[in-house]
Design a protein around this ligand. Sequence first.
Ligand SMILES: Cc1cc2nc3c(=O)[nH]c(=O)nc-3n(C[C@H](O)[C@H](O)[C@H](O)COP(=O)(O)O)c2cc1C
Length: 340
Amino acid sequence: MKLFDPLDINGLLIKNRIIMAPMCTHFDMTSDRAQSYYQKRADGGVGLIITESICVNKFSDNVFIDKLRRFVENIHLYNTKLFIQLVLSDDIPGSAKKLAPYSFGQYQQASISDIELCYKQIINAALACKKIGCDGIEIHGAHGYFLAQFFSKRTNFRIDKYGGCINNRMRFAIECVRNIRNNIEESFIISYRFSADEFMPNGVTIEESQQLAFELQNAGINILHVSAGIGTDGEYRVTPNANQPLGVFSDLANSIKKVVRIPVISVGRIHTPEVAEDILVHDKSDFVAIGRALIADPNWVRKVATNNSASINRCIACNNCIMKISRGDELTCKVNNNLF
Ligand SMILES: Cc1cc2nc3c(=O)[nH]c(=O)nc-3n(C[C@H](O)[C@H](O)[C@H](O)COP(=O)(O)O)c2cc1C
């Protein structure tokens, strides 16, 4: 099966095409429970784990960084590669407001110095990830959060060089990448995750995302992770429910793959080996990322590799997991009560 063919990302060999998608757990990444949860999925055979998003400002804490080092070392014991997903901070110290491209309601327009601080924070976080042995990082530019808001006409009404035409709206993302790339060796992998279609009025379209993908590649991104939707629309399109087809976003990944040379990851209800293999065989993407199906069964990969797919504990796409996370609770799963 193509699923088990190794593939190189700019010199980093991934033993198979199966990636654990970034998924917030609220377990505290430095705890034994988080360690055990991720380790179980590494032991289950995934080629690469992309961790849940960690805010860049956490990397100003050396104790946190040191604890994370042990986490990285333990995942590597399974010959599984590890990227940490980094999300920019939209916090405003001492204020209940959040930063956004443009002021409205509880949001305050990010100033040029706020944007420059973001660059410093993401460079610092990426360097810390490199120092503790991560194979790469993933920039979270998806799902309508702070960075994604700049790219979307839906949320960006700026009139300076970060708003307006598409080149201006992608500037924040591109400058983040260039800043990291200028400060870190070429061999350190940078992935960029984005929503190729926001499925929202005036939201990001696939045609715009193709341009973004092309420019991200030019700026030094090594791999593109094609998600879709926004995280707060109440319909959980980011995590397609059971009424959505399997592999629902794979045609978006395919459209991105057509305009770049670097590898592309597809995600979104790729929950059966048949669908995963079909996406790879038809060259829609180079890797498949699996999220909820790995919460439901940490041994998904091993079971497929050993012709034991029938025994997979299947995710029912009920979205209990994401609803819990959205409420600030810890991750739980309706079909697996033994996450660790
Ligand atoms: C509980 C949960 C937490 C998530 N947290 C993140 C996250 O931290 N960063 C991110 O980019 N996507 C996050 N996602 C989205 C997943 O990475 C993935 O794109 C989505 O679940 C669709 O893939 P799946 O159908 O294989 O689950 C989360 C999804 C779930 C279910």
